[in-house]
Design a protein around this ligand. Structure first.
Ligand SMILES: [Zn+2]
Length: 308
């Protein structure tokens, strides 16, 4: 039984989901301010001492923070930047037929086939990078995961989902996408990143069949950042990593007149929040960026070197 959400009102929805929609898996569920959650967040591990091995050097940490600066500066300068998730949370509901929601839904549906292809390539790459390519058992699971990704057919816009995108594992051919979220992702790069995140949940499936890969990514992210990234947090970070990899691959194969840094930033900048709170299942948004960039130093270099 799985249900993942973040925060205040969302926490109430979580109860309902557990009761009535037990196989729903949330990709992004964003939050209202709630004292109880603040307490939970503070209690649950935003910082933990780094392990001695594999942690980032001071120079790498400084570069990483510079790269976050690029991402979140672009959020203010780029007309196609993704809206921060705390800002989306504060917006009023958006009707299905509003122009921005419709444009977002059309973008999502148009990009879905490409996002599937990019996710499959990224999953193969990640499996090789983490040393699972020669495991027969893992490769069987990977083939099944890829089949699940290939079977996704449709994005369903949903006003009630607001700023969330979700997958009900009882309906694995559909990604449900809140209209506020659809409208807030104003670029192909941002949309591919979130579609890829959802598709990675579908790849993992209701039996967590890619759990060894997910755990390896979480362990590495924990080592590099000193943050507690285990359990569901590992899956969320892995989904975000696949999202960033898919968006980068898209950028490489579709050159444009905009800077690479600006386009890369779109894949993660919905995390450039003012209100930076996490929960048991999710790192805080800004720590999510930190973990992604720690896992992907190539992204740091490209953000820094191509910022102008
Ligand atoms: Zn997710």
């Amino acid at each position: 039984m799985k249900s993942y959400s973040r925060g205040g009102a969302a926490a109430q929805r979580k109860t309902l989901r557990k009761t009535f929609a037990p196989l729903r898996r949330c990709v992004r569920s964003f939050f209202l301010i709630a004292v109880v959650l603040t307490c939970l967040t503070n209690a649950s591990s935003q910082t933990k001492p780094s392990r001695a091995h594999a942690s980032l050097s001071p120079e790498a940490k400084a570069l990483l923070e510079d790269a976050i600066g690029v991402v979140c500066t672009q959020a203010k300068l780029d007309p196609k930047s993704s809206v921060a998730i705390d800002e989306m949370q504060a917006r009023p509901s958006l009707p299905l037929h509003s122009p921005d929601a419709r444009a977002g839904a059309e973008r999502a549906q148009r990009l879905l086939p490409l996002a599937k292809e990019l996710v499959i390539n990224s999953l193969n790459q990640l499996s090789t990078d983490y040393g699972f390519a020669n495991s027969r058992n893992f490769n069987l699971r990977l083939r099944q995961a890829i089949a699940r990704v290939n079977s996704v057919k449709r994005v369903r816009p949903d006003m009630e989902s607001r700023d969330n995108a979700s997958v009900y594992l009882s309906r694995p051919h559909v990604i449900t996408f809140g209209t506020i979220f659809l409208a807030g992702l104003r670029s192909d790069e941002g949309m591919i990143s979130v579609l890829a995140h959802e598709l990675m949940h579908i790849a993992d499936g209701d039996n967590d069949s890619l759990r060894v890969l997910v755990a390896a990514v979480g362990n590495k992210a924990s080592d590099l950042t000193g943050l507690d990234i285990h359990g569901q947090r590992s899956e969320e970070v892995t989904c975000d990593l696949i999202g960033a990899m898919a968006a980068r691959a898209y950028i490489v194969t579709s050159p444009g007149y905009e800077s690479v840094a600006r386009r890369l930033a779109r894949s993660i900048q919905h995390n450039c929040v003012e209100l930076d709170e996490g929960d048991e299942d999710h790192l805080s948004p800004r720590n999510t960026i930190r973990a992604l960039l720690a896992l992907n130093p190539g992204l740091v270099r490209e953000l820094i070197n191509d910022r102008f």
